[in-house]
Design a protein around this ligand. Sequence first.
Ligand code: GLN
Length: 287
Amino acid sequence: MKIGEIQQELITSLLSIHNEGEAGTICDWVLEYHTGRNRMQRMIDKETQLPSETITAILLCKDQLLQHRPVQYVLGEAWFMGLKFFVNEAVLIPRPETEELVALLLDSCKLNSDEGLMSFILDIGTGSGCIPIALKKQLPGADIVSVDVCNEALQTAIKNASANQVSVNFLHMNFLDENKWDSLPVFDTIISNPPYIPLSEKATLDKHVIAWEPGTALFVPDNDPLLFYKKIGIFGKTHLAAGGKIFVETHQDYAVAAQQMFEENSYATELKKDINGNDRMITAWVA
Ligand code: GLN
C-alpha cells in the first residue's frame, strides 16, 4: 500500500467519529510516528510503497482510534512544554491548561527574581510527571518532590524523568491521608493539578476521556469538590515556608469557591483565567 492510500483510508475512517480538523491532526500524528515522515515529506512520497509491517501497525492504530482511544495512548506518547512524555491509561494525558499552570509558576519566580520559590518544590498528584519534569528542566537548581497515589503512574513518571534526563524525587503517597504528612519536609513552593471534576459531570465529558483516562486522576465526590484544595490549604499551614506559594489548577466552575476556601484559611490569593478565558489557576500564599 502507498503512503497516499493509507493516509486516505485513515482520514476517511477518522471522519466517522471526528471533525475534519481533529481527524487531520490525529492522522498526522499516526503517520508521522509510523512512517518517520512529516506532512510535507509524505506529500512528496505519496506514491512510495510502505512495508507491510508499517501498514499493519497503522491499521491497528486505526482500529483503536475508532474505539475512541486517544491517539496519545495509542502511540504511547504526548507532548508537554516541548518535551515528550510516555503516557498510558494509568496517567492523564497532559493538558495545555497545565502548561499554563507551570508557566505561571515560572513567571512568578522570574517576576520576583525569587530564588527562594525555586528551591524546594512539592508536586501533588504527579501522573505522567509532566509538571515536575518540565519544572526541573527550567529550574535545574530546584529540588522537586512529587507524590502520587498510583504506583503505575509513578513508574511512568520515573521513566519520563529518565527519558528527559532530569532528577525528581518520586514518592508513593496518598496525599489525602494527613498521617502521611509528617514524612514530608517544608517546601518553598507547592504545585498541583489535582482531580477536580465532580463525578456527576462524568456524563458530560467526551467518550475518549471517560472510557480511557484514569478516573482517580479526574474525579472528586459530588459532595466534596474542593477536597484536594482543602487538604493542600491545611498542609500548607505546616509545610509551606515563609514567603512560599501554592499554585493549583482548578475546575472553572469551582475556582471561585476554591479561592474563597483558601482565603477563609488566611491565605492571600490570585485567580487567573486560562487561554480560553475560563477561571483555571489559583496562586495562594500566606500574607
Ligand atoms: N499532574 C498531572 C497532570 O497535570 C496529573 C494530574 C492528575 O492526575 N489529576 O497531568
